[in-house]
Ligand binder design. Structure first.
Ligand code: ARG
Length: 467
C-alpha cells in the first residue's frame, strides 16, 4: 500500500495528542514527504541506531530497550531493502514511518527512541549523511572521467587540431592539450567536492528541536559512530542550515556547466562539416526518417541536464532565502531538488565518460582544419620578431599584409613564394617556412602549460600522479 491514504479522520499517532481529528486530505497531501524522503531510509536507521546506542551508554534508556530498538531497526532495514515495507502517507515522512513500524515490532520500548532528539535534527542528520555519500560518489565518478581524458590526451599528445577563440580558427593546438583543459576543469570540480565533504563533516544529531536538550547526551559519541569529524557547534544553526545541500547543488551546477560545454563541443565536432570525431554506436542514435543520420543525443541530453541542475540550485536558494531561524517546513522541499540534481549529474558524468572513451578521433580532419584559416600567422609574426628583430606590433602588420596577399591568391601562408614574402619585408628568408607548418607551430609553444607535445606530456604525468 505504498503512499496510501488510510483513515484521515483519526489524529496522527505520532504527534496527535492535542488533536481531536486528523488532517484534511489536502493537508495530508501537501504535508507528506514520504513519497521522496523514503530514499533516506538507510541513513535514518543508521542515525537511530547510533542515537539509541548513545542513549543507553549515557544511562538515558536501558540496555535492554536499546537492544530491542537496534534489533527492530535492523529488521526494518531488511524489510525496506527487500521491498517488504509498507510506507504510509499518513505517517508523513521516513522518520515516522520507521518509528511507527518499530512500535509494531517491539512495542513500548520503541517510544524511547525519540528521547533527546527531534525530527529537526534527525532530518538534518539523514540528509547530511546522504549528501556526504553523494559527494563521495561524485568524486569517484569525476576521477573516472578524468582517467578517460588522460588516456585520450596521451594517445593524442601530438595530434594537431585548430584551437579556437570566438569559434574562429585561432592557432594550432594539440587534441591532447584540449583534452587536458577538461582534466583541469573536472579536477577543480573534484576538489570542490572534497572541500564540501570537509565542510559538512559535522554531526547535527543532538541539536534536538533547536535548543539542544536537558538529557545528558554525548554528541561526540554519536558524531564518531556516524563517521563525522565532530558535532556541530550551534543547535539553532544546525537545524536551520542547508548550506551542505546548496553547496552540493553549486558544485553540481559548475560541473554541469563544464559537462555542457564539452557536450556542445562534441555536438559541433561530430557534425559532417567538422568531422573531428565520430561517436560510437553505443552513444548515438539514428533518425526514424533520415537513414544517413547519426545523432549525438547523449551529448545533447547532457547539455540539457545542466539546465535542470541549475534550476534545482536556484530553487533551493529561493526556498531558503526568506526563512527565519530555525527550522521551517519549507525546508522539506530541499530533498527533491538535491535528489533530482544528483541523478542528473550522475547520468551526465557516466554518459560523458562513455562518449570520451568510445569516440573515434579523425586526426586527418583535425590536422587539415588546423592548417586552414591562416592559423600559423602568429608564428610568422613571432619569427619576424625573433629572426628579423622587428617590434611585435610591426611584425603583426607585416604578417597581416602576408595574410591579405595569401587570401587574394586563395592559398595558405606556407604556399606564398619567397619572392612574395620578401616583397612585403626584405628580411624574410626561406627559413621562415620551418615555422609555418602546424607541427612546428605547436612544437614551439613550450611555455609552461603550453600546447607543445612535450609540455602536454608533463601535464599528463602531473595529473596521473594525482588521479
Ligand atoms: N519531513 C520533514 C522534513 O523533511 C522532517 C522534519 C519535520 N519537522 C517538523 N518539525 N515538522 O523537513
Amino acid at each position: 500500500m505504498a503512499d496510501d491514504t488510510t483513515d484521515t479522520k483519526s489524529s496522527n499517532q505520532m504527534w496527535g495528542g492535542r488533536f481531536a481529528s486528523g488532517p484534511d486530505a489536502i493537508m495530508e497531501e501537501i504535508n507528506a514527504s514520504i513519497g521522496f524522503d523514503k530514499k533516506l531510509f538507510a541513513q535514518d536507521i543508521r542515525g537511530s541506531i547510533a542515537h539509541a546506542t548513545m542513549l543507553a551508554h549515557q544511562g538515558i534508556i536501558s540496555a535492554e530497550d536499546k537492544d530491542k530498538i537496534v534489533h527492530g531497526l535492523n529488521t526494518i532495514l531488511s524489510e525496506i531493502e527487500s521491498g517488504n515495507f509498507e510506507f504510509s502517507r499518513q505517517l508523513e515522512d521516513i522518520h515516522m514511518n520507521v518509528e511507527a513500524r518499530l512500535a509494531t515490532l517491539i512495542g513500548p520500548a520503541a517510544g524511547r527512541l525519540h528521547t533527546a532528539r527531534s525530527r529537526n535534527d534527525q532530518v538534518a542528520l539523514d540528509f547530511r549523511l546522504w549528501v556526504k555519500e553523494e559527494l563521495q560518489k561524485t568524486e569517484r565518478m569525476l576521477t573516472g572521467l578524468i582517467a578517460a581524458f588522460l588516456d585520450r590526451a596521451e594517445e593524442h599528445a601530438e595530434s594537431v587540431m585548430p584551437g579556437f577563440t570566438h569559434l574562429q580558427t585561432a592557432q594550432p593546438v594539440t587534441f591532447g592539450h584540449h583534452c587536458m583543459a577538461y582534466v583541469e576543469m573536472f579536477g577543480r570540480d573534484r576538489a570542490r567536492a572534497r572541500h564540501a565533504i570537509e565542510h559538512l563533516d559535522e554531526s547535527p544529531i543532538g541539536a534536538a528541536a533547536l535548543a539542544g536538550t536537558g538529557y545528558p547526551i554525548d554528541r561526540h559519541m554519536t558524531a564518531k559512530a556516524l563517521g563525522f569529524r565532530e558535532p556541530t557547534r550551534n543547535s539553532i544553526d544546525t537545524v536551520s542550515d542547508r548550506d551542505f545541500a546548496i553547496e552540493f547543488l553549486s558544485i553540481a551546477a559548475i560541473a554541469g556547466m563544464h559537462l555542457s560545454r564539452l557536450a556542445e563541443e562534441i555536438v559541433i565536432w561530430s557534425t559532417p562539416q567538422f568531422g573531428f570525431v565520430r561517436l560510437s554506436d553505443a552513444f548515438s542514435t539514428g533518425s526514424s526518417i533520415m537513414p544517413q543520420k547519426k545523432n549525438p543525443d547523449a551529448a545533447e541530453l547532457v547539455r540539457a541536464k545542466t539546465g535542470r541542475i541549475n534550476g534545482s540550485l536556484v530553487a533551493l536558494l529561493t526556498i531558503m532565502k526568506g526563512l527565519p531561524l530555525a527550522y521551517s517546513k519549507d525546508m522539506q522541499e530541499d530533498k527533491e531538488q538535491v535528489f533530482d540534481a544528483a541523478e542528473s549529474l550522475e547520468l551526465a558524468i557516466a554518459a560523458m565518460t562513455g562518449m570520451v572513451r568510445d569516440m573515434t578521433v579523425n586526426t586527418a580532419r583535425m590536422k587539415a582544419a588546423a592548417g586552414s584559416g591562416y592559423s600559423t600567422a602568429t608564428d610568422l609574426a613571432d619569427w619576424l620578431v625573433r629572426e628579423a628583430g622587428l617590434p611585435f606590433r610591426d611584425a603583426h602588420h607585416v604578417t597581416g599584409r602576408a595574410v591579405a596577399l595569401a587570401e587574394s591568391k586563395g592559398c595558405d601562408l606556407a604556399e606564398l613564394p619567397l619572392s612574395d614574402l620578401q616583397a612585403i619585408h626584405p628580411d624574410i628568408t626561406d627559413k621562415v617556412y620551418d615555422v609555418l607548418t602546424v607541427e612546428a607551430s605547436v612544437a614551439s609553444r613550450k611555455s609552461f602549460g603550453g600546447t607543445a607535445p612535450s609540455e602536454v606530456r608533463k601535464q599528463i604525468a602531473f595529473w596521473r600522479a594525482r588521479n
